[in-house]
Structures are given as structure tokens and as C-alpha cells.
Write a protein that binds this ligand. Structure first.
Ligand code: CMC
Length: 429
């Protein structure tokens, strides 16, 4: 195997080591490029740039493989739970039963939020987007735990286990409270006797006079949804968390930034956009065929399709597609959106435009149909993604914080603006 690679600039050769990951991916280590040659690499969108060494998740986009800490996502989806997978992602190993119980108890103990924070909800207009509220509330949460959000890495790491369990627990409470506030409904307090996803549904949908009962396997389906979102390598929001963490910021601030990055429609916001797209197709009396033509002509984008890394099926989409169908038939709902989605998928998979560009359904294609069937309003979809992604953000923050050699993330740029010029006085312009 080659151990070095050469870059030739003009008449000069510059040699760099090749590093290889445990799954065989190779990278040219150009950390000394600028010092040696005066050049930098230009890679807008970072499609060819490895920003870190990481031991958390592995994706082979060409083969449609996703593994967390070595375990295939299909096995985790089949045999694990969100909280167990969260521990795996954060700590690197499947937990022994005592550790898992201790973690579950930690999460249970931290389910409520400080009553001072209840008043924060009064300040938001009911039209506020839940992602804006979530990001603000997660950052504010740090203010209630100054010992855990000191921005002194050693001290923040001393409290890491508690902070991790606290965030995984409270992100769910804040999400449910956001929904209740926007609906003008009283807050429902967490119930210690309910499991993670079931407790969320209770805080969302129970009433003082009518306790939520899960009669259609909604909690299990939601747990699966969360598990499938637990981590996904260096995506936009996770890289944002690492970027913020690299400056030494605490975990609350870092995940709050992750929520902002997740919000956009090219990333986590796509799950909302998929349902909006399916509803528009349905309202127009289209079965998806006209929309496919629009997508091919650049007039529309097939939301929930395509991925920067997967050039094959996103393995999470396959699992969620089956789960959505299962939940819908369990509830006895015949959702026309599911039929449109299936038709779109079939048509796109057979169409030259999508085949050539290797565009396949991604995780967001079926997740909205599943969430809608459970009763989650569309506006909350991206918040659900954020609850699921919390373990991955936490694990990536930990990787940065525990690395004594970690440097602040500070990319370079190629300046294309005006060359130097002299200031012109206001009256002379
Ligand atoms: N519908 C129609 N055409 C598409 C789509 C799509 N969804 N996605 C990509 N293309 C085309 C694109 O126009 C381009 O065509 P051409 O070569 O003729 O210019 C080609 O495919 C390559 O696309 P790209 O824009 O270079 O791909 P990218 O890697 O920069 O973008 C993406 C990836 C996910 C942002 C994009 O596929 C997209 O916008 N998809 C829809 C939004 C979506 O579902 N996002 C969720 C991603 S998965 C969850 C997550 O991790 O956040």
C-alpha cells in the first residue's frame, strides 16, 4: 500500500503521508501543505475534506452502509432501543445491564425542567417556530447548570455523564412543552413510570382529565425513529457542533448551535418539506408523475431524495418505510400520502435522471409519514430529528473535548473581493 502521496505544484513535488481508516478509506494528510507550499486546498462544501478522525459512526455511501461503533444500523434497529443506542454512540460500547439501568434512571431523574424556565415559554409568540424555541431553550438550560457549562474543558468533562443524560432527557421535555405552549395547552409533567418515547407522547398528548394511552405501538415506532437518527457522521449539524466545541464552548452551547444547523430544508428541515411536497402533490390531483417531470426540469426538488454521502439506498429509509407502513396499518389509517410516496419512489428509481445521479430516498422520505401517523404536527418534525440526533452531537462534542491535541476549527478561504483601494470621503462618492 502507498504510504505517501505527492502533489506537484509548478516544478516542485510535495510529499504527504497517507492515513488509512479502519474500514480502508484513505486520506492524504495535507496539514503541512500551506506551510510547505503556500497553497491551500479549495473544497467548497467539503465533499473531499476529512475534518477529523472519529471513532463514532461509519458510512459507506456507495454500498448504503451505516454502522455505529461498528454495529450495523439494521441490527441496532432490530434489537436495540434509543437509550441503549445513545449509550453506545456516546461511550463506544454496548452497555452492560447495570450501566444501562443507571443511565435510564439518570434520564428519568432529569426529565423535569427548572420552573424558572417555564416562564421562558411566556416570552415566545405562539407563531414562533419550534426549532427557534428549542435552540434558545437548550442554550438557556446551560445557564441553570453553570458548573456544567463553564467553558473550561476539564471542568465540563468532570460533569459530562450527568450533562449527557440531562440533555437527552430535557430536550424531549422542552420539545413537548413547546408544542403545548403553541397550542395554548397546560404543560404535562413527565411520568417516571413511562419509558423514553412513551413519556414524550404522554407529555405531548395527555390531558389532566385524559391520560394518553398508546394503543397502536406509537411509542415503539417513535423509539425506532429516534434510534435511526442517533448519529450520522460529519453532517452539517454535527460538524457545526464540532466547530463550536473546537473553540472550547460547553456542551449546551454546542448542541444549541447544532439545532440551528439542522433547521434548514437541505438537512433536518427536509422531513417537513417532504410532507408539504406530498400534500401539494395530493391537492393537485397528481400521483407524483407530474412532480417527477418538474424535478427533472429543475422546476422542483424531490424532497427526501438524494444525499451528499449515500449514492445508494439510505439504509435508514428502508427501515422507516417499513415501519411507517406497519404503524399506518396498525392504526387502520389509509394515508394517500403513503401511496404517493411509494409511487414517487418507484417512478424515481426507474427514471434515468435519478438513476444517473444516484438519487435514492433518504431518511426523511418516509419519516414524516410515520410521525404524522403518530400524531406529531408537521411543524415539530425537525424537532423530533433533533431529539434523535442528540446522542451523536454529544458523542462528537466529547471526542473533541477529550482530545488534548484538538485545535480550533478555522478553515481558510480564497479571497475574490476587491484588491486594496483607498477610502473615498462621503461627499466624493
Ligand atoms: N431532486 C432532484 N434533483 C436532485 C435532488 C433532488 N432531491 N438532489 C440532487 N439533485 C440533482 C442536482 O440538481 C444535481 O443535478 P445536476 O448534476 O444536473 O446539477 C445532482 O442531483 C447532484 O446534486 P447536488 O446538489 O450536487 O447534491 P449535494 O450532495 O450537494 O446535495 C442534498 C445533497 C441532500 C442537499 C440534495 O440531494 C437535496 O437537496 N435533497 C433534497 C433535500 C433532502 O432530502 N435533504 C435531506 C438529506 S438526508 C437528512 C440529513 O442528513 O439531513
Amino acid at each position: 500500500m502507498e504510504t505517501t502521496g505527492t502533489i506537484r505544484l509548478g516544478n516542485e513535488n510535495f510529499e504527504f503521508p497517507i492515513i488509512e481508516g479502519t474500514e480502508g478509506e484513505k486520506a492524504l494528510d495535507i496539514r503541512t501543505l500551506r506551510a510547505k507550499s503556500g497553497h491551500i486546498m479549495f473544497d467548497e462544501g467539503y465533499g473531499n475534506t476529512g475534518s477529523c478522525l472519529s471513532q463514532i459512526s461509519f458510512i459507506d455511501g456507495e454500498k448504503g452502509i451505516l454502522r455505529h461503533r461498528g454495529y450495523p444500523i439494521e441490527q441496532l434497529a432490530e434489537q436495540s432501543t434509543f437509550l441503549e443506542a445513545a449509550m453506545l454512540v456516546i461511550y463506544g460500547e454496548l452497555p452492560k445491564s447495570g450501566c444501562l439501568d443507571a443511565f435510564r434512571n439518570h434520564v428519568r431523574d432529569h426529565a423535569s425542567i427548572h420552573t424558572g424556565m417555564h416562564h421562558h415559554f411566556d416570552g415566545f409568540p405562539s407563531k414562533a417556530h419550534p426549532m427557534a424555541i428549542l435552540s434558545a431553550m437548550l442554550n438557556s438550560l446551560g445557564a441553570y447548570y453553570p458548573e456544567m457549562s463553564s467553558n473550561d474543558r476539564e471542568q465540563d468533562l468532570v460533569h459530562f455523564d450527568e450533562t449527557a443524560a440531562l440533555l437527552i432527557s430535557k430536550v424531549r421535555t422542552i420539545a413537548a412543552m413547546t408544542y403545548r405552549m403553541k397550542q395554548g395547552l397546560p404543560f404535562v409533567f413527565p411520568d417516571r413510570n413511562r419509558r423514553y418515547a412513551e413519556n414524550f407522547l404522554h407529555m405531548m398528548f395527555s390531558e389532566p382529565y385524559n391520560t394518553y394511552i398508546d394503543s397502536c405501538g406509537a411509542a415503539d415506532a417513535l423509539d425506532l425513529f429516534l434510534l435511526l437518527h442517533a448519529d450520522h457522521e460529519q453532517n452539517c449539524s454535527t460538524s457545526t457542533v464540532r466547530m463550536v466545541a473546537s473553540g472550547g464552548a460547553n456542551l449546551f452551547a454546542s448542541v444549541s448551535a447544532g439545532v440551528c444547523a439542522l433547521w434548514g430544508p437541505s438537512h433536518g428541515g427536509a422531513n417537513m418539506a417532504v410532507i408539504q411536497m406530498l400534500e401539494e402533490i395530493h391537492a393537485a390531483g397528481d400521483d407524483g408523475s407530474r412532480f417527477i417531470e418538474d424535478a427533472k426540469n429543475g422546476k422542483a426538488k424531490l424532497m427526501g431524495f438524494g444525499h451528499r454521502v449515500y449514492k445508494n439506498y439510505d439504509p435508514r429509509a428502508k427501515i422507516l418505510g417499513k415501519s411507517a407502513e406497519h404503524v399506518l396499518s396498525g392504526i387502520g389509517i389509509d394515508d394517500p400520502l403513503l401511496d404517493i410516496a411509494k409511487h414517487l419512489e418507484q417512478a424515481a428509481l426507474e427514471d434515468d435522471y435519478f438513476v444517473k445521479r444516484k438519487l435514492y430516498p433518504n431518511v426523511d422520505f418516509y419519516s414524516g409519514i410515520l410521525l404524522k401517523a403518530i400524531g406529531i404536527p408537521v411543524e415539530m418534525f425537525t424537532v423530533m430529528f433533533a431529539i434523535g440526533r442528540m446522542p451523536g452531537w454529544i458523542a462528537n462534542w466529547k471526542e473533541i473535548a477529550e482530545n488534548p491535541k484538538s485545535r480550533i476549527h478555522r478553515p481558510r478561504q480564497v479571497y475574490t473581493g476587491e484588491p486594496q483601494r483607498d477610502f473615498v470621503k462621503l461627499g466624493d462618492r
